[in-house]
Design a protein around this ligand. Structure first.
Ligand code: NCD
Ligand code: ZN
Length: 335
């Protein structure tokens, strides 16, 4: 059995920098046609020079693969309109992190006060820049995303022309917001379609499944599955593939992030096939994103075949999800 995807896109990806970039960038670039690249490197991407230089390092790292890195800026509430006008020539989106909420987010916003954010968000809205948001408060870990819901609502109503992407949603409440506000969209990861908190911490602790936002309850996963499998027009695949070296995962004080880039399409195909929804996968992994971002990707054909794929035990010093396990689908070739 064969299934072909055209120009798959990963709308939320961490490529890191330096040695790690060289390991992970070719893996995404092999099977995806493009990706929204997150700016939470060290130091975060806050200038146009940094965007251009980081993009050059990525392009160098991907070699001959057909792949376009779609760059983002790390959101700061003190950017000027003039700066954003220039930035709009180089980035599709700005990524907003509440300060300290996840990996390398210390330089994020200290307050989600709309009046503080207004000048930047108004300029972004006028310029057609997309706002990507890590939507968690600093409340109880299982409630952080749900608590952030009222902030999404305030942002969506205050800036009706601004496209707001709720990144890596994990709750049924976030899913419900999609149909309430025209300008709210979402990315959904592979791992949040597959696991719940039980898989992370219900038995022996699984550091390679630990991420932010943490995987939630069965009813949350069901809600995510429901909108993904039908390729709800406002959801896009965003892997949130977030590699950390093994010594930062298997230690006291495990870093948050699941590394899925090299197996994401194979596992998604398996999942959609299992639910008899293969016909909707193309929209989930590319068409919806193209429409939402107003973006025409580089052409790429990814031919998947129903043949076992044994996920490597590691990629250099990074352990992937499903390490040493076998998936039902593999990538036969990429054109
Ligand atoms: C991401 C990372 O490691 O950069 N970690 C994660 O758990 N998802 C950051 C993020 O997207 O929150
Ligand atoms: Zn992320």
């Amino acid at each position: 059995m064969i299934y072909t995807l055209i120009s798959p896109l990963d709308m939320h990806l961490h490529l890191r920098d330096e040695a790690m970039l060289k390991v992970v960038a070719p893996l995404s670039a092999h099977s995806f046609s493009g990706a929204i690249v997150m700016p939470n490197v060290v130091p975060p991407i806050t200038t146009i020079e940094a965007v251009i230089a980081y993009k050059e390092r990525i392009v160098h790292a991907i070699g001959n693969n057909v792949f376009e890195p779609l760059m983002t800026l790390f959101f700061r509430d003190d950017y000027s309109r003039e700066f954003l006008e220039k930035a709009a020539l180089h980035v599709k989106a700005l990524k907003l992190y509440p300060s300290g909420i996840t990996t390398n987010s210390e330089a994020g916003v200290a307050s989600m006060d709309i009046e503080v954010l207004r000048p930047v968000l108004e300029a972004m809205s006028d310029l057609g820049l997309i706002l990507c948001v890590h939507g968690e408060t600093n409340g109880f870990v299982m409630d952080r995303e749900k608590e952030f819901g009222s902030i999404y609502e305030s942002l969506a109503s205050a800036f009706p022309k601004l496209k707001i992407v709720m990144e890596h949603i994990t709750t049924k409440e976030s899913v419900a917001l999609l149909d309430t506000y025209e300008n709210l969209y979402a990315t959904i990861t592979l791992h949040h379609l597959l696991i719940t908190l039980d898989d992370v911490a219900g038995g022996m602790l699984q550091p390679h499944l630990f991420c932010k936002p943490i995987a939630k309850r069965y009813e949350d996963r069901d809600a995510l599955l429901h909108v993904s499998l039908k390729a709800h027009p406002k959801v896009m695949f965003g892997s949130d593939s977030a590699p950390h070296p093994i010594h930062k995962k298997e230690c006291c004080g495990c870093a948050a992030g699941v590394f899925t880039a090299p197996l994401a399409l194979q596992a998604l195909t398996e999942l959609f096939e299992k639910h008899n929804k293969l016909a909707n996968l193309q929209a989930f992994v590319s068409d919806n994103a193209q429409r939402i971002y107003g973006y025409k990707p580089l052409y790429k054909e990814v031919k998947l075949i129903k043949a076992p794929f044994c996920v490597p035990s590691s990629y250099d010093n990074v352990i992937p999800m499903f390490a040493s396990q076998t998936l039902a689908w593999s990538i036969e070739h990429v054109l």
